[in-house]
Write a new protein. Structure first.
Ligand SMILES: *[C@@H]1O[C@H](CO)[C@@H](O)[C@H](O)[C@H]1NC(C)=O
Ligand SMILES: *[C@@H]1O[C@H](CO)[C@@H](O)[C@H](O)[C@H]1NC(C)=O
Ligand SMILES: *[C@@H]1O[C@H](CO)[C@@H](O)[C@H](O)[C@H]1NC(C)=O
Ligand SMILES: *[C@@H]1O[C@H](CO)[C@@H](O)[C@H](O)[C@H]1NC(C)=O
Ligand SMILES: *[C@@H]1O[C@H](CO)[C@@H](O)[C@H](O)[C@H]1NC(C)=O
Length: 458
């Protein structure tokens, strides 16, 4: 086992038992640490093995989290120049994009939420913005994949209840169809804002504004810019007065980043600046432990009860904080110290000596979940690994990475503004097995329970 040195940018030297060297501010050191953690992350992936399905992570990880992982790996490549994982990333997005380019794989029907699609769509958008080499012309293209989702979501916008908004689930027979949540609408908002900036098409910007205002009108985004989880639709009268007020880090992050993109797209409009600054202030106040300024998933981390999905959220807040500094440069000075503190804290807990099969990366480099304690907490997995990778690698933003491109500034991805779902499988094409497995939601039981939890699955 190698000796461990952690050197913060202010020159403090900390020696620990094992694992990863990280000198913040030293690009080579940050890249090397990121490479070690990324290797541990990708070691969970089996989708490129013969007979396995490209794009899927093994149980217990849901489909959406794989999309989140490939989005992270695109940024990893853009920030470090290490293209080791570009081939599996391209293969996965094309395969899960499906031959129809709509991110509606039949295999996911039982639990396919708008947010599940969204994490894959954001990966495709990142591919376009970072110029991941374009797929062959007969395959789905990055930009067109994101546009397909935009068009699907616009067509699913539902004014019949809560004055608008996207439902969580797509199919009526799935648990969660009666829930309108911030992450689904956040995916729509985030991609709409990025499409507006990338293509210059104002239709996307109008939708981004409409989604954000709907979040405000319903109170899902509060006057002090907290982003609450969602609204349950009362199936008897379509009213929406049952709010889940829980605050999760990814909801804050996805709206913060989208607002920063709109701020940029509108050339620093004051309304978007107010939103960016308000969301940032709220996120700092909520998701950073006041005693040490280290990010934590405040709702479940202190108690140790974060589920598999929730254990990956800090990585996305980190991603979107970093993206915010690129789109709204005035936030850089406020955000950079947060990112650096997190990078140091996260690297410090990547010292787990967890043996396979729980961890297949380099021994002694498994990342724990909690960053606030300075000690490895024994919790390992895709989320933990992706969080730490994000914490370390996003400190490179602003130093090495060029801002994401647009169609005007070098983007090459071919779009299709008319792309949409090939066919929304109506209930007729859903097999009885799917319906049974999905648990038929007609009876509304457990909806309160589901709504109180996080998205994805059942
Ligand atoms: C899958 O991809 C990883 C990462 O690029 C690589 O190390 C591994 O060899 C690949 N496995 C197969 C079976 O191609
Ligand atoms: C759906 O599942 C089948 C059987 O496992 C697999 O061959 C196929 O590649 C999967 N499709 C997608 C888009 O994942
Ligand atoms: C953006 O704002 C700057 C400063 O007000 C101004 O010089 C520039 O022309 C604006 N650009 C556009 C595209 O509106
Ligand atoms: C928009 O983003 C670009 C790229 O990071 C940046 O150079 C520019 O200053 C931003 N525009 C505004 C108005 O902040
Ligand atoms: C702009 O986007 C909208 C919505 O997808 C689309 O209908 C329209 O054709 C696009 N306009 C152009 C010029 O591409």
């Amino acid at each position: 086992m190698r000796s461990f040195k952690l050197l913060a940018s202010f020159g403090m030297l900390v020696t620990l038992g094992a694992a990863i060297d990280l000198v913040l501010g030293d690009q080579a050191s940050v890249k090397s640490a990121a490479s070690t953690i990324a290797f541990g992350l990708v070691s969970y992936y089996t989708g490129n093995r013969t007979g396995d399905t490209p794009g899927n992570l093994p149980d217990p990880y849901f489909w959406w989290e794989a999309g989140a992982m490939f989005g992270t790996l695109i940024d990893y490549w853009a920030l470090t120049g290490d293209d080791s994982y570009n081939a599996i990333t391209t293969q996965a997005i094309i395969h899960q994009g499906t031959e129809n380019g709509d991110f509606m794989p039949r295999n996911q029907t039982r639990t396919l939420g708008n947010d599940d699609q969204g994490f894959w769509g954001m990966a495709a958008m990142s591919a376009a913005e970072n110029r991941l080499p374009d797929p062959p012309a007969d395959q789905p293209q990055w930009l067109a994949l994101a546009q397909s989702l935009f068009n699907q979501w616009a067509s699913r916008w539902d004014e019949a209840s809560c004055g608008g908004g996207l439902r969580w689930q797509i199919f009526t027979f799935n648990n969660g169809f009666n829930y309108k949540n911030s992450i689904s609408n956040g995916c729509f908002f985030n991609i709409a804002a990025r499409l507006a900036r990338y293509t210059g098409n104002e239709t996307y910007a109008e939708w981004a504004t409409k989604i954000f205002e709907w979040q405000e009108t319903t109170g899902l985004i509060t006057v002090d810019h907290n982003v609450r989880d969602g609204l349950t639709i009362n199936i008897n009268d379509n009213t929406c007065n049952n709010m889940d007020t829980n605050l999760w880090s990814y909801n804050a992050g996805i709206f913060l980043h989208g607002a920063a993109v709109m701020y940029n797209h509108t050339n620093a409009s004051s309304i978007w600046r107010t939103r960016v600054d308000g969301l940032l202030t709220a996120a700092r106040a909520t998701f950073f432990d006041p005693t040490n300024n280290i990010m934590f998933e405040q709702l479940c981390e202190p108690s140790g009860f974060c589920n598999n999905d929730q254990r990956s959220f800090k990585g996305y807040l980190t991603r979107w904080l970093a993206g915010t500094t690129q789109m709204a440069p005035h936030t850089f000075d406020a955000i950079r110290p947060l990112l650096e503190t997190d990078a140091a804290a996260a690297a410090k807990v990547c010292v787990g000596d967890t043996p396979p099969p729980a961890f297949r990366g380099h021994r002694g480099t498994a990342c724990g979940f909690r960053w606030t304690t300075g000690a490895f907490d024994g919790s390992v997995g895709v989320g933990e690994q992706m969080n730490a990778l994000s914490a370390v690698m996003y400190t490179l933003v602003g130093r090495v990475a060029a801002a994401p491109v647009t169609a005007e500034t070098g983007g090459t991805s071919r779009g299709n503004p008319e792309a949409k779902a090939h066919e929304e499988p109506g209930e007729s094409v859903i097999t009885l097995r799917d319906r049974v497995a999905a648990g038929f939601v007609t009876s509304a039981i457990a909806l309160g329970v589901v709504a109180g939890c996080v998205f994805v699955s059942i």
